[in-house]
Design a protein around this ligand. Structure first.
Ligand code: ATP
Length: 256
């Protein structure tokens, strides 16, 4: 399960110098096992939204529920992958991926099974005994993904996970993510600045307004889940890309 409801959520950050309203009465409903990509102007509140759903912080007002339960703090039910690697440098690739299931007290047979399964799915089976410093940036990102999936969360929250990678490595990561997501569907919220990435990975793309962020528009992505990189050359894909770019320009101009 992994149905998410964000109802009238606002988040204000108060410091001694100023008050920043990052989200204002934001509403969002995400179905179980749906992949939703979130795009929006820089600083609008995308990371804040993800952090609230993760339970790293609480809303100033409003309510976030996962499967009808109010989010009141972090939970193993919700895994987060950031742009920067979160791998432990002192652990091998295998032990990094096994970390979550171990902390959860999974029996060693289940642990080994899940670790092997996800290392294989992300294409790192041969590197199971390697240490993070021996891996490229893209490979460390694969470890991050395998690690998030190995813990078997209901929800995956991805905050620009491939933002620091070159285009070619990014494309291979899109395929790696699709492969694991097909093998073990989860609810995914994926924040990105890259419209093609959002359209390639998402079932829906949510366009946010400038801060304080609200949902500006929602784009249904009509290409099914079986997508190849060539999809980007499809005129229907390019049309949607232009529409989203137009929405982003529109919200940017409205705010200016
Ligand atoms: N802990 C905090 N304390 C004070 N202000 C904060 C805090 N976290 C975020 N903000 C402010 O809230 C606003 C939204 O930040 P957030 O990181 O959510 O935006 P974003 O859309 O993810 O940005 P980007 O696309 O550049 O990553 C920004 O103005 C930021 O300065």
């Amino acid at each position: 399960m992994g149905q998410i409801t964000v109802s009238q959520v606002s988040k204000r950050f108060e410091t001694s110098r100023k008050t920043t309203v990052a989200l204002n009465d934001t509403d969002l409903a995400i179905a179980d096992k749906e992949t939703v990509c979130v795009v929006g102007p820089s600083g609008c509140g995308k990371t804040t939204l993800l952090n609230l759903i993760a339970g790293f912080m609480l809303p100033s007002s409003g309510r976030i529920e996962v499967d009808g339960e109010s989010v009141t703090g972090p939970s193993a039910q919700r895994a987060v992958v950031f742009q920067s690697d979160a791998v432990f440098p002192w652990l091998s690739v295998r032990d990094n991926v096994a970390f979550g299931p171990k902390v959860q007290g999974r029996p060693s047979r289940v642990r080994v099974e899940r670790v092997e399964r996800f290392l294989d799915l992300v294409g790192l089976a041969e590197f199971a005994s390697a240490y993070p410093k021996e891996l490229s940036g893209g490979m460390r990102k694969r470890v991050d993904l395998a690690r998030a999936y190995a813990s078997d969360p209901d929800v995956l929250l991805l905050d620009e996970p491939f933002g620091a990678l070159d285009l070619f490595t990014k494309e291979t990561m899109w395929l790696a993510l699709k492969k694991v997501a097909d093998a073990e569907p989860k609810t995914i919220i994926f924040v990105t600045h890259d419209i093609e990435e959002a359209l390639f990975l998402g079932d829906r793309v949510i366009v946010m307004t400038p801060r304080p962020a609200r949902v500006h528009s929602v784009v249904e992505v009509p290409f099914g889940r079986d997508r190849s990189l060539d999809l980007r050359a499809d005129p229907a894909f390019q049309k949607l890309r232009m529409e989203i770019a137009h929405s982003l320009r529109e919200v940017h101009n409205d705010a200016a």
